[in-house]
Design a protein around this ligand. Structure first.
Ligand code: KIV
Length: 297
């Protein structure tokens, strides 16, 4: 595998215009998952504020803080060699003015290991996008269903179902692209609208709940791996059932512990034979404990 995937490479991948393959993106929140997702060849990982729900167990993304995004960003960066890393700017870290947006965006880039940032919003944040881009911070837009506006939307609901709303979302996309975003996430809109937006902007679109007509797709990694046993929205496809498999594996562990089967001799350390004249606790040492105790690969 080559080096890191860069913003210019992603920007150039306009699959709908016959320029490159579709972009495969996922969310990631820690180093172990990042290593696995990177090994699978994803193009980019988003350290999404969805961590407020997926990791923290909350009901929305609103409480997620700048410090928390930075913390998870660092962890993901440690596990990633190839995928481009995108940090989600948390709710109210960029909506309160250009100075805040630049200061908070700058902190994320300096401390979080991110290579670009994602911001939710349309025309109303075009000036913020332009200011970040001018200062050398690449921006990925996010329009349509914007989870940070869950209360204004009255829930996580598909957007742009009426002609007027659809036009408004299209205008948002054009404004964000004109402001210099290198790509745009389109979430929760009818597939024909996403396709129309994709043809209307020069930069790649990344869909989630927006049909196949985008230049790429993103899914929350816990959703695609089936780690969420509860909700399965229509737009999610589980490519595995890791929740079920995890419960089964953990049950097997519980049974083996209770039955005295685990740990077996192959998971245990022996004792060196006592040395003459008499074994004392000080002369008994763990057989090969030093090299073999920790990771073996
Ligand atoms: O926070 C997030 O994970 C997101 C993606 C699902 C697009 O915004």
């Amino acid at each position: 595998m080559g080096g890191k995937i860069t913003v210019p490479e992603l920007r150039a991948r306009k699959a709908s215009a016959g320029r490159g393959e579709r972009i495969a993106m996922v969310t990631a929140y820690d180093a172990t998952f990042a290593r696995m997702l990177d090994a699978a060849g994803v193009d980019a990982m988003l350290i999404g504020d969805s961590l407020g729900m997926v990791i923290q167990g909350g009901t929305s993304t609103l409480p997620v803080t700048l410090d928390e995004i930075i913390y998870h960003g660092r962890a993901v960066a440690r596990g990633t060699q190839r995928a481009h890393l995108i940090g989600d700017m948390p709710f109210m870290s960029y909506q309160t003015g250009l100075r805040d947006a630049l200061a908070n965006g700058g902190r994320m880039m300096k401390e979080g290991g991110f290579e670009s940032l994602k911001l939710e919003g349309g025309r109303e944040i075009a000036d913020v996008v332009a200011a970040l881009v001018r200062m050398g911070i690449p921006v990925l837009g996010h329009i349509g269903l914007m989870p940070q506006r869950v209360h204004a939307m009255g829930g996580f609901k598909v957007q742009g179902r009426t002609g007027e709303m659809a036009e408004s979302i299209l205008e948002d996309a054009i404004a964000i692209a004109d402001a210099g975003a290198y790509g745009i996430v389109i979430e929760g809109v009818p597939a024909p609208l996403a396709e129309r937006i994709t043809h209307a902007v020069e930069v790649p679109t990344i869909g989630i709940g927006a049909g196949v007509g985008c230049d790429g797709q993103i899914l929350v990694c816990y959703d695609l791996l089936g780690l969420n046993d509860s909700l399965k929205p229509r737009f999610v496809k589980r490519f595995e059932e890791f929740y079920k498999r995890g419960v089964e594996a953990t049950k097997a562990y519980v049974d083996e512990v209770r039955g005295g089967v685990f740990p077996g001799p192959e998971h245990s350390f022996g004792l060196h034979a006592p040395t003459a004249p008499a074994a004392s606790p000080a002369t008994v040492r763990l057989h090969d404990a030093t090299p073999a105790y920790g990771p073996t690969q």
